[in-house]
Ligand binder design. Structure first.
Ligand SMILES: NC(=O)c1ccc[n+]([C@@H]2O[C@H](COP(=O)([O-])OP(=O)(O)OC[C@H]3O[C@@H](n4cnc5c(N)ncnc54)[C@H](O)[C@@H]3O)[C@@H](O)[C@H]2O)c1
Length: 312
């Protein structure tokens, strides 16, 4: 398999959080990169400077097979990151969630088949639901507890069928909780709340919910390794650090790094939202052994890096 610097690649969801960071690194590697995104949750601001550095931006929808086929015609790798990523939205709008995340994924697989491209699929730890075994290995039975997790599992199954039926090379990454420049989620939420009111911080849920947080440069490294490792085809890999941090601990850590004093941290109680998971913790030994992937950035270092970029 060729190094990515010689290749033409397409990143669906390229204007989103992980996608924009991936496009940046791919361009630095010298790849010819197209970001395919309808700006559903992505932002032009995330990629504006990259467009000056040669990023080709196609503002289209993965629900449009013709647009996808046109954009991916000559590419060798498709990173499929475009998705509806909100668990609460999926619980309120299961049909739209399915149209974007399942039918959209099927369209991307079909485009990859026509182009003869390898595809890397951004799946999620949400496929496990609330597993009893933690750290959770890839062999643990999948049992999503939200429509979002269900659509990711269906996406994985379509990927497997495409590999088995057409010999398409597909790699699935079960991504845990990623943070970094341009992120959304709890870390983004805490930093922005503290920017507005530096003396108090409301935390959704009990604060006991706990997450395996991965810094985005480690995530990008996993995506690139998935795209370039011949042994990875047809397989699912957990992308998590193998450590978990409660949301209450996270809040304290952020307050400390910001150097704020006498901050009142209070918890709303109950479940943060319908379909929220209790604890996520990856067994990442498969990615370590087969992809030679090793997370490099600790949570404390990552938070400091993110805060210093001010891109939140
Ligand atoms: N961030 C995480 O912690 C995390 C965890 C697990 C899985 N993932 C998966 O990784 C991928 C990237 O996540 P992210 O955090 O960057 O999310 P994001 O919302 O920032 O990015 C998703 C991108 O997809 C685009 N998009 C949505 N619907 C589209 C459509 N119909 N056509 C074209 N583009 C569309 C959005 O505009 C956005 O730019 C997603 O598939 C997500 O499910 C992310």
């Amino acid at each position: 398999m060729k190094a990515l610097n010689e290749q033409e690649v397409v990143v669906t969801g390229g204007a989103g959080f992980i996608g924009s960071n991936l496009c940046r690194t791919l361009l630095e590697h010298g790849a010819k990169v197209t970001a395919f995104d309808n700006l559903y949750s992505g932002k032009i601001d995330f990629i504006k400077d990259l467009m000056d550095k040669g990023l080709n931006f196609v503002q289209e929808d993965i629900r449009d097979p013709t647009a996808l086929e046109k954009a991916t015609k000559n590419c060798e790798v498709i990173f499929h990151l475009a998705a509806q990523t909100s668990v609460p939205f999926s619980m309120e709008n299961p049909k739209e969630d399915c149209e974007i995340n399942v039918v959209g994924t099927l369209n991307v697989l079909e485009a990859a088949r026509k182009a003869g491209a390898r595809m890397v699929f951004a799946s999620s730890c949400a496929v496990y639901g609330n597993p009893e075994k933690r750290p959770t290995p890839e062999t643990y039975p999948t049992h999503p507890i939200a429509f979002y997790g269900l659509t990711k599992l269906l996406g994985e199954n379509y990927c497997r069928f495409y590999q088995e039926t057409y010999g398409l090379e597909v790699v699935m990454l079960r991504i845990f909780n990623v943070y970094g420049p341009n992120c959304h989620g709890a870390i983004y939420d805490f930093l922005n709340k503290l920017r507005k009111t530096p003396d108090k911080l409301e935390v959704l849920g009990t604060g006991k919910q706990s997450r395996d947080f991965v810094y985005v440069s480690d995530m990008v490294d996993a995506l690139i390794k998935a795209a370039t490792s011949p042994a990875a085809a047809g397989q699912a890999f957990n992308v998590g650090t193998g450590t978990t941090t409660s949301v209450a601990e996270l809040a304290k850590m952020i307050v400390e790094i910001l150097g704020l004093e006498n901050v009142e941290i209070y918890f709303k109680g109950g479940q943060a939202w319908a379909g929220d998971m209790d604890i996520t913790l990856a067994d990442n030994s498969k990615a370590v052994n087969k992809l030679q992937w090793r997370p490099q950035v600790s949570l404390k270092e990552g938070l400091k890096k993110l805060i210093s970029t001010r891109r939140y």
